[in-house]
Ligand binder design. Sequence first.
Ligand SMILES: [Mg+2]
Length: 331
Amino acid sequence: MSDHLAMGPGREFDAVRALLAQWGPLARGVGDDGAVLDVPAGEKLVVSTDSTVEDVHFRREWLSADEIGWRATQAALSDLAAMGAAPLGVLLALTVPRAWREELPALASGIGAAMQQVGAAIVGGDVTDGDRLALAITVLGHAPRPLSRAGARRGDTLYVTGSLGGPGAALSAWLAGSTPDAAARARFARPEARIAAGLWLAQQGATAALDLSDGLAGDVAHLAAASGVACVLELDAIPCVPGASVDAALQSGEEYELLVAAPSLDTAAFAQAHGGLELTAIGRVEAVGTPPSGGAPSGSVQGSAAQPGVVRAERGGAPVALPGAHDHFAP
Ligand SMILES: [Mg+2]
C-alpha cells in the first residue's frame, strides 16, 4: 500500500520505519535520495523553509510534543499560504535528543495531523541526534500566480485574517510565570496555516501578502518597504482577541494570520467561504510622500513620509503614533 522504498538495517532506519508506519498514507514516496514531485503545468514551484528550536521558539513546559509538531508544521505551511500556494509536500529534518526520544510518536502525531488538515504529504526528511529538539521543515507548494510582498499599490486596501493578540498574550503569561487563558494558549499552540484563505485571496486579485510572524506593526512595514509604498493602519479597525489591546495585537508575533493588500474584497464572501473566519479591512496603501491627513501626530512615527516602507497610524481618521514593532522573544 505504501510507495516507500525498502530501507536496510540500522537504528536510524528503524526510527524512520516507525515514523512511516505511524503516518501511513500521510507520507509518500520516502526512501530514495530525493523526492520527485509533479508541478501542475503552467504553475510555479513555491518553496520555503522554517526552523522551530527548543528554548528559542518554545519551552518544553509550555507545549505537549503533539502541539510542538503541529505548530512547527503549520508555521512552515503558513509561508505557502502567504504566497497563495497550494501545498505539494513537506520535507522534515528532525533533531531529536535522547531526552525527547520517547516523545517522538507524539511529535509525529502532531506533524501528521497538520499534514492531514492541509491535505498534503510528507515526502522526505531526516532524523538525527542532537542536544536540543529542532524541527527544520521545508514546504513545497504550487501556484499559478504566487503572491509577493512587493505588489501593493496606491489605493489598495489592507486586510487581515482572523483576530490578533492571542499568541502574544500566551507568551506574556508564560514569561511572567503564569498560565495563559485557554483561548490565548490555543492560538499559540494550535495555529492554522491559512492555506485556503491564501488561495482565495490570490484568486480574488490580492496584490501583496505576507503571514504575520513578527507582529502586525513590524510586518506591515515589511510589506510597505517591499512594495515601495506607504501604509496607513486604522487602529480602531484592528480585530483583537477578547482581552487584547490594540497595542498588544500590533506587537503579537507568530500569529500566522495573513496581511494582504488588494483593490477591494468581499469580506462577507470570504467569511462564508472560510467557515466564519473573518477578513477585516484595517487600512490602506498610499503613495510614498503622501502627507498625513490632519497634520502630524504627537509622539514618534515609524519611518519618514519621504521613504518607502513608512507606516502611519490613525484613529477615526486622525493621525496617531504607531506603537513600535517588538522583538517579543529573546530567551
Ligand atoms: Mg512568512
